[in-house]
Design a protein around this ligand. Sequence first.
Ligand SMILES: [Zn+2]
Length: 255
Amino acid sequence: MSIRAFNIFSIILILVWIWADKYLSIGAPSYGWLLLIYVSVLFCGSYFIRMGFFLKSICSVKTNEKWIALSFDDGPAGPTSHILDILKENEAEAAFFCIGKKISGNEELIKRMVSDGHIIGNHSFSHHPFFDFFSSGKMLTDMIEMNQLVKDITGHSPRFFRPPYGVTNPNLKKAVMKGGFISIGWSIRSYDTVIKNQYRLLNKIIPALKPGAILLLHDSSETTVAVLPELLKVIRHKGYQIVRLDKMVNLNPYD
Ligand SMILES: [Zn+2]
């Protein structure tokens, strides 16, 4: 359900309830509870990108093929070169949703991502803690700044955008639409920035593998470096093929 449909549904529900109270004496609605339910739905809608509540995002692909797409957020960072080494050794291609402000001084990593066969997506310039409170204009300026950096280094302007923190709202929808971006979510959230135990991390990811899944990892996480060789081995051992995100979703990753 979209936010507009939800708002209309909420207003109709309240009006029907008030009418029913007046003419059928069902009891006055508890406005505090209604407000709490309304706010809870909005919170879930903005936090769970897979709901597509505020903004439709590609979070997986419907397929019977045993395909998995790897995505890495929040780089370039310290562990990125190790991640690139491991991917190269295992002949796996991935999507890197980079943060613009981290690119300065890491231009070689960006070039290497492309020359190693990976794609680069936009994860905003600032990844600001209050990004979701920005106006749509400010969001778009931030996103365009990131794209310009990637274009200056690689010649490519990313179309794939991953919302910072995975949070979506109406302003972000406007910015994504206006900028011609394609919002990309995930179907498997690894929590690799939170889970430090390698065994637990693998156990979080492996049972969730499904055909057409998009796996969210972070190239800013040392734990990810530690588990990646084993993870790639298990993914293939289970008969899955690692397919680059743009190929799996069948969309051009650059303008
Ligand atoms: Zn992030």
